[in-house]
Design a protein around this ligand. Structure first.
Ligand code: FA5
Length: 351
């Protein structure tokens, strides 16, 4: 009789539990339901725990009914959890009413730094004239930066390039490594692995231990150019650089060549463009000269050519080194070189 009662009670609990489960509509209510029926002190659990007090035959029948009810309720609970979760997602979606046709938020896209743009454009102009492009190390040996360029130790021309030395001492106590002060050391590196005819431009970063002002940075780029072949003359140098200036700055900009001294060229020149700000009248930007120097150049010195393994009686060549920051300033009317590397997006995003 007791067993009949227990089975009936179990069936009644199961019926009630299923009815309650059907009306549950949130995860919170589901948890409450579970605690009420299946929890440690839940309705069904309490019945099952008391089975051991029944007679063996009754215990068996009630045990079977109780375990079946428990399995069924657990299964129903799990599928109800899935239903409730699903409906809460879809109701949220319709409540928030996502308009899938709306355009997405744009990703802020990056861009090339204005100096990178200039480097690429300049290299493009020279490649269209038959030059190839090469790159080289920023930490350089004294040999390539100075010695191979006819600037031996104690030569006063070393003072032209205020050098940042690398803290590395060789066996003789010398500091043979430095941050390259110009891209000219690449001339020797190129000639180590190539034979004329050579036409190459080399963009890269340079470093000088010098005070900064509107037209000088302590780190800046240069683009080196080197052309070596039989029969190259100063007219080729001028023609090539005029053509570059014409393509980069337009027909209206004026160009000036003046004698200059670099130990690795003979003769040497500097090339200037008339000042963008004052149109050559003289102002703060051009230090009242009307001109802004953009590059140094010259015919490769015979001694340097011989060092490259080229007979200077047979081969001649020209070289130049230009400052991309300066030509970018000229083109865009930028008054201070320091804007390029202070990472102010208000400035950089203009280009
Ligand atoms: C040189 O560095 C030579 N190596 C150039 C050269 C190459 C001459 C081949 C002959 C043959 P110079 O120190 O003048 O030369 O620098 C060349 C260019 O680099 C300058 O015209 C200028 O545009 C740029 N430049 C030099 N110093 C700075 C600086 N501190 N900040 C920004 N640009 C600079």
């Amino acid at each position: 009789m007791a067993s009949k009662n227990s089975v009936a009670i179990i069936n009644e609990i199961q019926r009630k539990a299923l009815a309650d489960l059907a009306s549950v509509s949130s995860i919170y209510e589901l948890q409450q339901w579970k605690v009420f029926y299946l929890g440690r002190n839940g309705k069904l659990t309490s019945i099952l725990r008391n089975l051991r007090t029944l007679a063996p035959e009754d215990r068996r029948n009630s045990g079977i009914a109780g375990n079946q009810a428990k399995l069924l309720l657990e299964e129903e609970f799990n599928s109800r959890v899935m239903e409730v979760e699903k409906s809460s997602i879809s109701s949220k979606t319709s409540e928030d009413s996502i308009d899938v046709t709306m355009p997405g938020r744009p990703f802020p896209s990056g861009g090339l730094h204005v100096i990178t743009q200039t480097l690429r454009e300049v290299c493009g102009i020279f490649t269209s004239m038959g030059f190839s492009v090469a790159e080289g190390p920023e930490i350089e040996w004294d040999h390539y930066n100075f010695e191979a360029l006819n600037i031996p130790k104690d030569h006063p021309a070393r003072d032209m390039w205020n050098t940042l030395w690398v803290d590395f001492t060789d066996e003789e106590g010398n500091h043979p490594m430095l941050l390259r002060t110009h891209t000219s050391p690449m001339q020797a590196r190129i000639m180590e692995n190539n034979t004329p005819p050579v036409r190459v431009v080399i963009p890269g970063k340079c470093y000088r231990f010098e005070a900064t002002d509107a037209t000088h940075e302590w780190h800046f780029y240069q683009i080196e150019g080197l052309a070596i072949d039989k029969g190259i003359t100063f007219a080729d140098l001028k023609g090539t650089l005029y053509e570059f200036a014409r393509r980069f700055f337009g027909e209206e900009r004026r160009v000036r060549f003046r004698c200059d001294y670099f130990p690795f060229v003979e003769p040497g020149v500097d090339m200037s463009i008339d000042c963008f700000r004052c149109d050559g009248q003289g102002c703060k930007v051009c230090r009242n000269t009307g001109w802004i120097e953009i590059l140094g150049a010259g015919m490769v010195h015979p001694k340097v050519l011989a060092g490259f393994g080229c007979d200077p009686k047979e081969y001649t060549g020209f070289a130049f080194g230009m400052g991309p920051e300066r030509i970018t300033m000229l083109r865009h009317g930028i008054e201070d070189i320091r804007h390029f590397y202070t990472n102010d997006l208000r400035f950089l995003e203009q280009f």
